[in-house]
Design a binder for this molecule. Structure first.
Ligand SMILES: C[S@@+](CC[C@H](N)C(=O)[O-])C[C@H]1O[C@@H](n2cnc3c(N)ncnc32)[C@H](O)[C@@H]1O
Length: 397
């Protein structure tokens, strides 16, 4: 299942390692589909009627915590998550030195693309990263063996390939591709010349912006050096020019009013609330008047039933994602407005890989609100929940 990694950093797992990866992908699919459905029907049959008026996800968790099926489901899901990383780690470790060699060759090869990488050796990685192994990934994003080391980036990309069992597209970039297409159709008049992707990790959702807007200067920013090296080498391997920068999204070393689009994907829920607010203010500072802030994220608790809120917040309690729930308790529109934005919008973008370009076009022309209850892991379909807002023309940085 490292099969969704198809570029020059591709690893060569043994047959046993491949079999283990396939098993883990199937196990996760089983836990998240039939087991999750069984858990929900048990809740509905046994506990829903006993929930207090106005119950929240926290109330549902309290009621479910001692339920044997919830415990079974949680144990299986935690184990499957640990097995994701265990199934790719031996391959990454075996090829660690060779990955370094490939990184050096790809960085030096300016015939493929003219991207850049700017790392800061004095950079202090924030505690929301250093104190955790987010989603149980050993060593987290920031483990770093120094010059040329790609191990954390390789672990993340290959692990995601196993973890997502095909949901993220052939090259794990379906979110970026779908959202970039949606934006180009929804706002054909908006032609961003400078695009910044915050918390870009290995650049999966950064590069689709370069494909959609080839003349744009595309920058990916992250705190983790190994992921950024990997992102740079991956972009060069794919022949796409992008620039990667080590920095904190709450304090970006780029000038005021230098960007047209500030984007993020699966990023904000990994930040403490105060940092999410700082990121919104920073996005406002970085944008030119008339620019857009756009995020792909989990839907907020306010838009979901108590059960769905409980279901999504599972990660906060059992998957080393302590900021998940606090983030999902926020109201995105109020937060964007507090940072100075206006013209808030939200949408569920159909997956380009699963449903094709026509479905994205239809979502734009019909302005169909698929609904926040139909996104992420809450439905059988694959739709990406996005929201955004504009920096008003004439607004100061
Ligand atoms: C789930 S990954 C994002 C994945 C990527 N955006 C995608 O959609 O494929 C979260 C990333 O945020 C980075 N990160 C965490 N805190 C950060 C901060 N304060 N500033 C910038 N990046 C940060 C982590 O290093 C990690 O690479």
């Amino acid at each position: 299942m490292t099969r969704f990694v198809n570029h020059a950093l591709k690893l060569t797992p043994t047959r046993d390692e491949l079999a283990a990866q396939d098993f883990v992908s199937s196990l996760r699919s089983h836990v998240l589909n039939p087991m999750a459905a069984s858990m929900k029907s048990r809740f509905e049959a046994e506990l829903a009627a006993k929930m207090p008026e106005g119950a929240t996800g926290r109330d549902v968790l309290k009621a479910m915590q001692t339920h044997p099926y919830f415990r079974f489901y949680s144990a299986a899901r935690v184990k499957a998550q640990e097995m994701v990383w265990a199934s790719v780690r031996p391959t990454v470790e075996r090829e660690r030195t060779d990955l370094k060699r490939r990184f050096e060759a790809l960085s030096a090869d300016t015939t493929r693309a003219q991207g850049s990488l700017k790392l800061d050796t004095s950079f202090a990685i924030p505690r929301n990263v250093t104190a955790l192994d987010v989603h149980l990934m050993p060593g987290n994003y920031h483990q770093d063996g120094g010059h040329g080391d790609l191990a954390a980036g390789a672990l993340y990309e290959n692990g995601l390939s196993v973890f997502s069992f095909g949901l993220m597209g052939e090259t794990l970039d379906d979110i970026g591709r779908s959202v970039a297409l949606w934006l180009s159709l929804r706002h054909p008049e908006f032609r961003p010349g400078a695009i910044l992707d915050l918390g870009c990790s290995v650049g999966h959702q950064t590069l689709p912006w370069k494909r959609s807007y080839p003349d744009a200067q595309v920058t990916g920013l992250d705190v983790a050096a190994s992921c950024l090296r990997y992102a740079h080498a991956r972009a060069q391997a794919m022949g796409l020019t992008a620039h990667f920068l080590q920095a904190d999204a709450t304090d970006v070393p780029l000038p005021d009013a230098s960007q047209d689009l500030v984007f993020s994907s699966m990023f904000l829920h990994e930040l403490p609330v105060k940092d999410t607010r700082a990121v919104f203010r920073e996005a406002h500072r970085l944008l030119k008047p008339g620019g857009m802030m756009l995020h792909y994220e989990l839907p907020p608790n306010e838009a979901l039933s108590a059960y769905d809120g409980f279901y999504l917040d599972w990660d906060s309690h059992y998957n080393a994602e302590p900021y998940y729930q606090g983030y999902r308790d926020l109201a995105p529109q109020a937060e964007a407005e507090a940072a100075g934005f206006s013209g808030f919008f939200q949408a569920a973008v159909p997956s380009l890989g699963w449903y094709g370009e026509q479905a994205v076009r239809k979502a734009v022309t019909e302005q169909a609100d698929i609904g926040t209850d139909k996104v992420g892991r809450l439905s059988d379909g694959v739709n990406w929940f996005i929201y955004g807002a504009w920096k008003q023309n004439g607004a100061a940085a």
